[in-house]
Design a protein around this ligand. Sequence first.
Ligand SMILES: NC(=O)N[C@@H](CC(=O)O)C(=O)O
Ligand SMILES: [Zn+2]
Ligand SMILES: [Zn+2]
Length: 365
Amino acid sequence: MTTPRTANLTTLTITQPDDWHIHLRDGLALERTVPDIAKTFNRVICMPNLVPPVKTVEEAESYRARIMAHVPKAHGAEVAFDPRMVLYLTDHTDPAEILKLKNSSHVQAVKLYPAGATTNSHSGVSDLSKVYDVIAQMEEHGVPFLLHGEVTHNHVDIFDREKRFLDEVLEPLLKRFPRLRLVLEHITTGDAAAFVQAQGANVGATITPQHLLFNRNHMLVGGIRPHFYCLPILKRQSHQTALIEVATSGNPKFFLGTDSAPHAQDKKENACGCAGCYTAPFAIELYAEAFEQAGKLDKLEGFASFFGADFYGLPRNTRTITLVKNEQIVPESFAYFGDQKLVPLRAGETLTWSIQQDATHGFSS
Ligand SMILES: NC(=O)N[C@@H](CC(=O)O)C(=O)O
Ligand SMILES: [Zn+2]
Ligand SMILES: [Zn+2]
């Protein structure tokens, strides 16, 4: 019998991870979201789907300042936390904004929300041909284009929307702009994994912990579980298996993006519940569980801490974190937005890994 090399690990020290896709929201929400992610992660790609959205470099810089005001202090010093900002592409984005982005030190990428695809996407792009001149600038200047990859036509089944996006939008887009640097965000299907694998090094993908750990049965069998509902929606088990395969393969095209997306409890547990799973406080522990189940814990560091930084052309982190095989129980809820409650993914359940808390808040240098 072959035993995976990492089968009996009880501690695992890895380079500090980065989160290449997160929703921190704004205002009072930042009191919750920023400390929750900054305790473990360094660089985080802050999604711009606020109301109103973050559309210009100037707006991105002021959003970043609001985020930075909530970075916790460890022993009087601020923890290493570097939010990387993203512009929300609309039908009216000025191509000149791309050069401004290129010259800014904090704005990293541009995000496509097809209009109507997901939370706060109504100002998104109605037809990609309207923004070809902006995309041409991005290709020219090597600015990454981050995609929520789903078509939005009413007649397209929700479980087919990612696959249809690959065929109808992404393939033609890459034909027109072959050098475009592009991240297919939060992929959920074997089709998307195969598509990304077949492209050049300019195309990568992020994968969430929920799409590695769960499939649509977890959300729908034995009762409907709103806290598993996110977009793109969880798919069937064969897709989950394909995602685990690529995430744990050591292929640098696939890297960590939690898509942690808080919505207050009453907005999730609702007759028309919002899409998004909250995982920020224990995201690396969730990934560790998925990688361990696959017998591939040795591949976690590349996925979580190296490949995203390499893709974005940023230096790899130098500090480390240590995961220990100590169980932790996920709280039933967290305080959120003043007096509201936020129910995380796996509320009340036991996780197998924890972050070692030492004098430097889990970090070593
Ligand atoms: N993933 C989600 O289900 N929700 C995200 C939006 C997104 O990333 O599509 C949100 O902002 O709530
Ligand atoms: Zn999305
Ligand atoms: Zn998202």
